[in-house]
Design a protein around this ligand. Structure first.
Ligand SMILES: Cc1cc2nc3c(=O)[nH]c(=O)nc-3n(C[C@H](O)[C@H](O)[C@H](O)COP(=O)(O)OP(=O)(O)OC[C@H]3O[C@@H](n4cnc5c(N)ncnc54)[C@H](O)[C@@H]3O)c2cc1C
Length: 409
């Protein structure tokens, strides 16, 4: 069987795998991205009909990669965030002007982001995209990693110095590397879609906590909005079986009329929600990024943003290692530095989103009181709000070069 040699193989060409390939491309390494499902396929799991709220640190990363003008042209600014609790008295605001920024984030449709990222990848001479092909086997030695990439009628072997698992929350490559993970099933499904509000969205993102679960409504182009409605699985079955008109009515009742009357419902889809967390980020010459390292509940819209900071940190560590000309991207010191750097940010975001799900999902009286007080306190104390905003914008802690908007080369 033929064996092709690379410096770095990235398993998974979803939002994170491709972003990593683009971050590493200027470093001149020979890179292969192995992706199981073609981008145009209806079942492509990363570049689908969801929207992603990009944080400020993600914006800066794309600026450093020269991709921001194309992404900005296809995205919508969030200038205010409005958080409320249905039937309770507390609500909170975060405002871009108060944070001295033009926008708190930008909303882009995953499929559209996929087009920008994949087009940029085509222009990178030192990156091979092997798709559709699935990594089915991983063998590691002290000096290299060999993977088998299976496509319909062919199996290829790829040998590299570093294997990066970017193959999502149910990462098979993580398992093949022998890294365990903890999983918590939240017993909730996210129902997503898009619609036309009766009033202009005015660039406001809404997060509304209801007895069924949170509803996030994000502003998008053409004055439409996208929604993520978190529900118990049986209730999700129920609302998905409704006609567009009946579904719109149910969503309207749960969200209220802050955006006027909803109409023109688009395509709907669902995602089971869980928390996953790898027991380690590194083993030998293998390393994890994105959802393969941590899969979060979408309640705070942080999963991709956190993953992109993994990308920026790993690329930073590799760039430093290669700066003397003889560096090895899979060297243990490089990967340990990456793992150490990412520990605090990942732990904080996992606890933060998990805490939000539990706090706002609870029907316990004491917790309901706490969240009323918490929301009011949150709104009334500017320091608390500013700190929270810095975290959601991805600007807290020691940031790698790309997350600060500084190119690696
Ligand atoms: C409803 C919803 C809304 C969200 N909204 C936001 C948001 O607003 N902001 C935000 O920051 N995050 C958000 N997220 C989270 C975000 O979507 C994920 O964090 C992000 O998609 C992770 O990207 P990834 O590339 O790590 O994994 P994935 O998107 O899962 O991609 C993994 C890729 O690997 C491929 N693959 C799998 N196995 C193999 C294999 N063996 N060989 C080769 N390829 C393989 C898959 O085909 C896939 O393309 C949301 C998530 C959900 C569910």
């Amino acid at each position: 069987m033929r064996t092709d040699e690379y410096d770095i193989v990235i398993a998974g060409g979803g939002m994170i795998g491709i972003s990593l390939a683009l971050a590493l491309a200027p470093l001149g390494q020979r890179i292969a991205v192995v992706e199981a499902i073609e981008r145009s396929a209806p079942l492509q799991p990363s570049f689908d009909d969801r929207s992603t709220a990009l944080s400020r640190s993600s914006q800066r990363t794309f600026e450093a990669l020269g991709l921001w003008p194309a992404i900005r042209a296809a995205s919508t600014a969030i200038r205010h965030i409005h958080v409320s609790d249905r039937g309770r008295f507390g609500f909170s605001h975060i405002d871009a002007a108060e944070q001295n920024v033009e926008a708190l984030g930008y909303v882009v449709i995953n499929r559209v982001l996929g087009t920008v990222l994949n087009d940029a990848l085509l222009a990178a001479d030192n990156v091979d995209v092997i798709c559709p092909a699935r990594i089915s086997r991983v063998q590691t030695t002290e000096r290299s990693v060999t993977v088998s990439a299976d496509s319909n009628d062919d199996v290829r072997q790829l040998q590299c110095r570093l294997l990066v698992a970017a193959d999502g929350a149910n990462s098979g490559v993580r398992e093949m590397l022998g890294i365990g993970a903890q999983h918590v099933d939240y017993g909730q499904h996210a129902v997503i879609g898009n619609l036309q509000p009766g009033q202009p969205h005015n660039n406001i993102a809404y997060e509304r906590f209801t007895n069924d679960g949170p509803i996030a409504i994000l502003p998008t182009a053409d004055d439409r909005v996208t929604f993520v409605w978190t529900l118990q699985p049986e209730r999700a079955d129920n609302v998905l079986s409704l006609s567009d008109e009946e579904f719109t009515e149910q969503l309207q009742q749960a969200f209220g009329f802050r955006l006027g009357r909803f109409s023109k419902m688009g395509k709907r889809a669902r995602y089971p929600l869980s928390l996953s967390k790898a027991n380690s980020l590194v083993v030998g010459r293998g390393v994890l990024v994105g959802n393969a390292a941590h899969g979060l509940h979408p309640v705070a819209a942080q999963g991709f943003n956190l993953g992109l900071r993994d990308v920026a940190s790993l690329a930073d560590c590799i760039a430093d290692a290669l700066a003397d000309g003889a560096g090895d991207p899979g060297d243990a010191t490089v990967l340990e530095r990456y793992a150490e750097w990412r520990r605090a940010d990942q732990k904080k975001l996992v606890h933060f989103t998990d805490g939000l799900v539990r706090l706002f999902g609870s029907r316990r009286r004491s917790l309901r009181l706490l969240r009323d007080v918490g929301m009011l306190g949150f709104d009334l104390v500017p320091g608390v709000r500013r700190l929270f905003a810095r975290h959601t914008m991805g600007l807290a802690g020691e940031l790698p070069r790309l997350s600060r908007g500084v190119p690696l080369k």
